[in-house]
Design a protein around this ligand. Sequence first.
Ligand SMILES: [Zn+2]
Length: 498
Amino acid sequence: MPDRGRKDLDPMIGLEIHVQLTNSPTKLFCQCKAEYRQYPPNTNICPVCLGMPGALPVVQLVPLIYAVAASYALGCKPNPMIIFTRKHYYYPDLPKNYQITEFEGAHGAPVCKDGVFRYLDPNTWEWKSVRIRRINLEEDPGRSTYDKGGITRSPFVHVDYNRSGVPLLEIVTEPDLRSPREARALVEYLLLTLEYMGVMNPRLEGAFRVDSNISVGGGERVEVKNIGSTLDVEKAIRYEILRQSKIIETGGVVTRETRHWDGVKGITVPLRHKEEEEEYLYFPDPDLPPVPITPRIKRQAAELLRLTPADVYRKITGYGVKREIAWSITLVPALAKLYLRTVSLAKDKILAAKLVGVDLKGELKEKGIEHPSENLLPKPETIARLVNMVIDKELPYDTVKGIVIPRILDNPNSTLDQVIPKKASISEDLLIKILKENRRAVCDYLQGKKKALNYLVGVVIRTLGKVAVDPRELRNIIEKTILDNKEYFCENNSVTKP
Ligand SMILES: [Zn+2]
């Protein structure tokens, strides 16, 4: 709501986005799996990720390559060297009593710093920029769960170390964001970028968490922790802006603190007063020598950037496709790959985009599949042939959309001959015989009950047996036959034209 009096309350929003590198084959410092979700508790572990005395961490190559690739993708230049430090704190899910990260204040060196990331905000269709302060590569702690009643009531806490040591990127932005929707758009675009690189799957439970620093009217900033979905990024920030604005408008002062987002209640609650960095007793990790970012690591990282959401979106809109459809395709990497392979074979790139980004995507959504694997999708040759048949007027577009695409998705291996409806062919004598046998429905139809025609189409299809005909075409034939011969079917003179 525009309100001149509120102008000086403009919010400043910065984010800390924690992203698991879920596609890494290993954890950060040992060879246990990064994808821990499939294992029973405490089975994806070893002495290193359990923090056993004497166990030594060894930096694994793939998470390192992924982290360097992320720094390129987010508009940063990787540091020549990564230097790890220890961040000390006690918590049951952290058996070493310290987390390995890279704190510059204790002579650590993060993966990169000072970049500018460009992202598309689909609320306004503008390309926007956010400054990236730094990207850290660190280890995820284990996982604590509580019995019924939650943290306050449960008599026990269960600790599962399967997640302990999973490689995590901490991406810190400058407070350049101005609205909750903008913040959400940034997080969504950033996750999509990482998904295109193949380093993570943002839809896995717990694959990312967001903390947000929010200040209003130049006041103290408040950190909101524990935001677990992109929708909650928007909700939590909106709530916090409103809370702080109310304090300021009633003459109060916002105090610097850390708050916790309660997604169920939709509110932020006080967690603690912000601790100072000294309290963590950071120092360089004596077990880990500095890690040089070699030309080979850089080369392997650059290879992960072959396809970005920006490239895909610009390419598709470059074909003259509407931005909404182009974005709809870009949002699903499997559909984007299908489309980009289809366009070289199809006679009409705009129609191909509609088939993939609207019709196919819509049909997948009906089936509850928002992110299909490639083997669930038709082949590019199939989509291209359908486009060409529509352009050459061999097949109506409505038939492709309403019949062919649903049938292909039911069985992606079927050939087009199996799914394209045959030309309806039925002798007039047979049709009139069927219609006479169903005189009642014909009369109903002639008296204005349109649904009776659907019944008749069903009867004719059953009589024809297992031939895949186009019901729409058949419907037209039946309708014409009835109207041409209406005096045979209905003796009632008060026939109204349907
Ligand atoms: Zn391990």
